[in-house]
Design a protein around this ligand. Structure first.
Ligand code: AGP
Length: 614
């Protein structure tokens, strides 16, 4: 997932572009570059590696005075992360320059035609063909925005790109079909970016572009066009996010900050959405447009997501089947979209996505909608594609989640899904008001329990020192906590690069028990619940084979000394909310192990914050 920034106005463009790209670093990238247009001169500065490498290039060879430019952080898809493959890209005669996020699937065919017409190429990328095509349209006498509109029908795939031309200084054109693009409206200056975090320092007035929209920005104007070049209304929205929220706030990493923001994120996500007195859950109509009658006509729920969000769906299956009494399926979005799913107009699709831009999840939503399903999104990014394509969106009000490894968004997703399940259960008459009230009371207590879990991580730091050199981990859980075993394993592997597996504890003797020896740390999620004794038996099996056991249990479980080598405790709550507490020590354990291993905690290798390509 690449990052795009554009600026035109009275200020120094270089520092604005670099500053904007820095806010997009969390998206993951392996090269970066900027292009500046000044008095008809096009200046490019690009570098493989990180922004600091690009800044070294700029120190050695500065660009002075330009007030207009575009910048890019590239996550390589076509062509290795080299300087020549770094964006921005130019046409053969260096008159047009573009930055692109997405994949042009038919670029080889286009490139072949352009080479046959005598064009020369400098990179192995798909994106470079865009600059060549736009330049050819400008040669035909079309203004930049018309040139962009004219080449769009030739492009297959997904794209969000910005273009500048030396023939039209003061103008930047952007267009999107797939990956997001946001316009920032300033005072005598305007901006373009892949997401709002790159703009917040300069403006909170933004326009979230839709697919099939092209925007023309100059210092004084913003014009939106449809694919036919017809003007569209410019609807500005005000972003409430505090720019400080998108900073580290004194923590060493965004991930640690976001782990510690979870009590607040849970509070913000449930705020205004329930009444203890009335024992009711409230969603605004635009969030959740299904009436009680609609809900009573639903005969199945499909939860669809990727990665950590998919783990949230696995927990929600328990909540929905218990609170609502509806059969609930959970599917990986990348599987759902290709398996010819059985969907009717009585199916409620719920996609869960922090970014709202995950390509597979969006494709699954579109597939389900074509088959008549009702659709709800659980999402953290206002204005993202998912929020505009689902019928309704229950936003998790976490603020920006910058760390690639999802933490606060995950627990907030669980809260949103918990509220949705209570709302649906009440609507279908399965939950009486006093039962809803009791569950809401437990939810209201949750933030303080989360705070207690995060107060002291010294024991977890000790565990991290003990196990930082392990080569494999096994995480075990049962029932509603089995998904947390999966999530704990994902957190560890994605930021520390240690192989880790999550497994249903009851499945251990069907294979994984062969792995048990003194070199394999086994994390066993054993809260005092209906299957506690079964978990104790599984822990015995591990100990009997010399395994090293880390038990994560609840404060009321009694004395587990002798049954585990290390014991971490979380406060007691209801079985349905226990997953939210159990995941917290696992997040911290993965963080501290990754730290000790010198890993890039916020931007793990090969990973992107949102996978906007298949
Ligand atoms: C989470 O730690 C991972 N970074 C990843 O699995 C993520 O959950 C997945 O890519 C889905 O992203 P989304 O929630 O933005 O759709």
């Amino acid at each position: 997932m690449c990052g795009i920034v554009g600026y035109v106005g009275p200020r120094n463009a270089t520092s604005i572009l670099i500053g904007g790209l820095r806010k997009l670093e969390y998206r993951g990238y392996d090269s970066a570059g900027i292009a500046l247009l000044d008095q008809g001169q096009l200046e490019l500065r690009r570098s493989p590696g990180k922004l600091r490498d690009l800044e070294e290039v700029l120190e050695e060879n500065p660009v002075k005075g330009s007030k207009q430019g575009i910048g890019h952080t590239r996550w390589a898809t076509h062509g290795r992360p080299t300087k020549d493959n770094a964006h921005p890209h130019r046409d053969a005669r260096e008159r047009v320059v573009v930055v692109h996020n997405g994949i042009i699937e038919n670029y080889l065919e286009i490139k072949k035609d352009l080479l046959a017409a005598g064009d020369t190429f400098r990179s192995d990328t798909d994106s470079e063909v865009i600059a060549h095509l736009v330049a050819r349209e400008i040669d035909q006498g079309h203004p930049l925005e018309q040139a962009v509109l004219r080449i769009i029908p030739r492009l297959e795939g997904i794209f969000a790109f910005c273009a500048m031309s030396i023939d039209e200084p003061g103008k930047i054109v952007g267009t999107r079909l797939g990956p997001p693009m946001v316009v920032g409206a300033g005072d005598g200056e305007n901006f373009l970016a892949s997401d709002v975090t790159a703009l917040l320092e300069h403006t909170r007035q933004v326009i979230f572009m839709e697919d099939h929209e092209t925007v023309v920005i100059t210092a004084e104007e913003i014009r939106l066009l449809d694919d036919d070049g017809q003007p569209k209304p410019v609807q500005k929205q005000r972003i409430a996010w505090d720019p400080i929220l998108a900073e580290k706030g004194g923590y060493r990493h965004f991930m640690l900050k976001e782990i510690h923001e979870q009590a607040g994120a849970i509070n913000e996500t449930m705020a205004g959405r329930f009444s203890l007195e009335q024992g009711k859950v409230f969603f605004a109509k635009e969030e959740f447009p299904l009436t009680d009658e609609d809900l009573r006509s639903i005969d199945r729920v499909c939860l669809i997501a990727c990665g950590t969000s998919w783990h949230a769906c696995l927990v929600a299956k328990f909540l929905l089947e218990k609170f609502v009494g509806l059969p609930t399926e959970v599917d990986y979005a990348s599987e759902f979209r290709y398996r010819d799913p059985l969907i009717t107009d009585k199916t409620l699709i719920t996609i869960v996505t922090q970014s709202g831009e995950t390509a597979d999840t969006l494709a699954a939503l579109r597939e389900a909608k074509t088959r008549g399903a009702r659709s709800i999104a659980i999402c953290n990014v206002m204005g993202s594609t998912a929020t505009r394509e689902a019928e309704g969106t229950i936003l998790t009000h976490c603020g920006p989640e910058i760390g690639v490894a999802s933490t606060k968004a995950f627990t907030a997703q669980l809260v949103a899904l918990y509220l949705m399940a209570l709302r649906m259960g009440a609507a279908r008459g399965r939950l009486k008001q006093d039962t809803v009230c009791e569950h809401l009371l437990q939810l209201a207590k949750l933030p303080s329990l989360v705070e207690r879990c995060l107060e002291d991580d010294s024991k977890i730091q000790e565990l991290a020192r003990e196990f930082k050199d392990a080569t494999d981990f096994l995480y075990l859980g049962r029932g509603v906590n089995y998904p947390i075993a999966l999530e704990g394993a994902l957190k560890l592997k994605e930021i520390s690069y240690i192989h880790a597996e999550g497994y249903p504890a009851g499945e251990m003797k069907h294979g994984p028990i062969a792995l048990i020896d003194e070199t394999l740390p086994v994390v066993s999620l054993a809260p005092k619940d209906a299957v506690f004794d079964k978990m104790m038996a599984n822990m015995e099996e591990v100990k009997a084979r010399g395994g090293t056991l880390i038990a994560v249990t609840t404060e009321d479980a009694g004395d587990l000394d002798g049954k585990a080598d290390f014991i971490l405790e979380v406060p007691k709550t209801t079985p349905e909310l226990t997953p939210i507490l159990l995941v917290l020590p696992l997040q911290l354990l993965s963080y501290h192990i990754a730290l000790l291993r010198g890993c890039d905690v916020d931007q793990p290798r090969n990973l992107a914050k949102s996978v906007t390509v298949e």
